[in-house]
Design a protein around this ligand. Structure first.
Ligand code: GDP
Length: 458
């Protein structure tokens, strides 16, 4: 039986910084799965290894150890950590399956507090850390809450320019065949919605990141559901649609999407996050070209709207937001030589700072870093005549061992001419072979941890 002292202690622990929910997001392939897998792996090794010098609790030898705990939210799938580790530590190491839906994992971190107030309750304390993974594309849907179907359709058509317009052709052609005032045809709507969804996938495959509705490309458990079967169309907003028409059905589904999908995500998930890390792969658009780069910047700016809690903000009307820290992290820094890491951070800052400075991010602390969740290359030098230049060494996805200098990362947002002159070239690498009892190799994941939970481990 628990004695009274124990009960009092439990109560006080609960009310004293002993639980934090960290959300991890980023556009698809930004590196969320790799990040969470590595983060969990690093923390699980803290009792036996000292591989996190930038996390002060670990450096000061105050972090005693970590263990996995059953998550408290039973309605959310478990983050597939064991499956990810099996992939990474198989005979042929491979990258784990990327994020497709929301998932969660809980760790209990045992540490020796340095704060006097916490030390009153014993030599060690426990921090329950929930890590929640969700696709950044879902945050692109926030503006939908403020637009009716007609306004959303207009915004979609006005975005159809350049590559987007090209990719939209099959969908636009099929749209011509639809009579909006005719009696609803489920099968025709499903078929056009499928072509529209394919168009959104084609945008992503061609390096364009701003896609709406975000769930169409990452539907999670809603795959195939009618609530994901609508699409923009042209119609006269002043004419009332017959309630059995195709148009009325499209409007109804859009409304359902707004309330049951978008709003529900913000209320049931987003509202519970204490801190957020946004992962950004700046290297992919550097590889892909100007349009892709600008599009990613636009998508990031859209994502940041979810953290703007100005007085009249949409989210403040829905719930009381509680995120107090956001960390932006440029991922996959092992793709470039260490001398380029400061440029990568500077580029990321250029992408997020302007939007940050002009908007009201009330009481939110923001920082930017570069890191590699799972380091897949080794660094060294290549000799070129008299000169020795920095290089990275790794195994490509086709099993070729290579040593390269991938290029310079621009410090500032590049202009279109950057891609005409030289651009940037990076190759995808296979994960390095690691032993099961060793933590995964990383670059600065400990810095990310310090910024996210360092203060909670004091
Ligand atoms: P998600 O869609 O955000 O979950 O993205 P993933 O975590 O699945 O990462 C997508 C891909 O990026 C992986 O399959 C790897 O090829 C690559 N990747 C992610 N993190 C790293 C990293 O730290 N280093 C390297 N070299 N590649 C990475």
């Amino acid at each position: 039986m628990k004695n009274i002292q124990q009960e009092v202690n439990d109560f006080l622990h609960r009310s004293m910084d002993s639980h934090v929910r960290i959300a991890v997001t980023g556009l698809s392939r930004a590196g969320k799965t790799a990040f969470i897998t590595s983060l969990v792996n690093q923390l699980l090794h803290t009792s036996t290894h000292s591989q996190l010098p930038l996390l002060s609790a670990s450096r000061d030898k105050r972090l005693v150890g970590a263990k996995r705990e059953p998550q408290s939210n039973m309605m959310v799938p478990r983050f597939a950590y064991d499956e990810a580790m099996q992939q990474l530590q198989g005979e042929q190491p491979n990258w784990p399956e990327p994020t497709r839906d929301v998932s969660e994992i809980r760790l209990a971190l045992k540490y020796k507090p340095s704060k006097k107030t916490k030390r009153l309750f014993g030599n060690t304390a426990t921090l329950n850390l929930d890590i929640i993974d969700y696709p950044g594309e879902w945050l692109l849907d926030l503006p939908l809450l403020d637009m009716d179907f007609s306004a959303w359709c207009q915004s979609q058509f006005s975005a159809l320019k350049g590559l987007r317009l090209e990719l939209a052709k099959p969908w636009l052609e099929q749209l011509e065949t639809l009579d909006l005032s005719a009696e609803v045809s489920e099968s025709q709507l499903a078929s056009i919605a499928q072509t529209y969804t394919q168009y959104l996938h084609d945008c992503k495959d061609n390096g364009l990141h701003w896609v709406q509705p975000g769930r169409f490309v990452l539907p999670g458990e809603l795959e195939g559901a009618p609530v994901l079967q609508f699409f923009p169309c042209r119609f006269d907003a002043d004419v009332k649609a017959d309630k059995h028409s195709n148009l009325a059905m499209l409007k109804a589904r859009y409304h359902e999407y707004q309330t049951k999908v978008v709003k529900a995500f913000y209320k049931h998930h987003f509202a519970t996050f204490d801190r957020q890390i946004v992962l950004v792969d700046c290297l992919q658009p550097l590889n892909a070209g100007y349009e892709s780069f600008m599009d990613m910047r636009n998508a990031l700016e859209q994502i940041m709207h979810s953290f703007r809690y100005g007085r009249s903000s949409l989210l403040k009307r829905l719930f009381a937001p509680r995120i107090d820290k956001i960390l932006f992290a440029a991922t996959k820094a092992d793709h470039i030589t260490p001398d380029q890491h400061p440029n990568l951070v500077s580029l990321l800052q250029q992408m997020v700072h302007p939007a940050w400075q002009t908007a009201s991010f009330e009481n939110i602390e923001m920082s930017c870093i570069s890191m590699a969740s799972i380091q897949a290359t080794q660094t060294g030098f290549i000799n070129q005549g008299e000169q020795s230049i920095p290089a990275i060494q790794g195994t490509t996805m086709n099993d070729q061992a290579i040593t390269v200098y991938p290029g310079e990362v621009p410090r500032k947002l590049p202009s279109a001419s950057y891609w005409q002159q030289k651009g940037f070239e990076f190759t995808a690498f296979k994960p390095l072979v690691t032993h099961q009892d060793e933590p995964l190799p990383h670059i600065r994941i400990d810095k990310a941890l310090e910024l996210l939970i360092g203060d909670k481990l004091k």
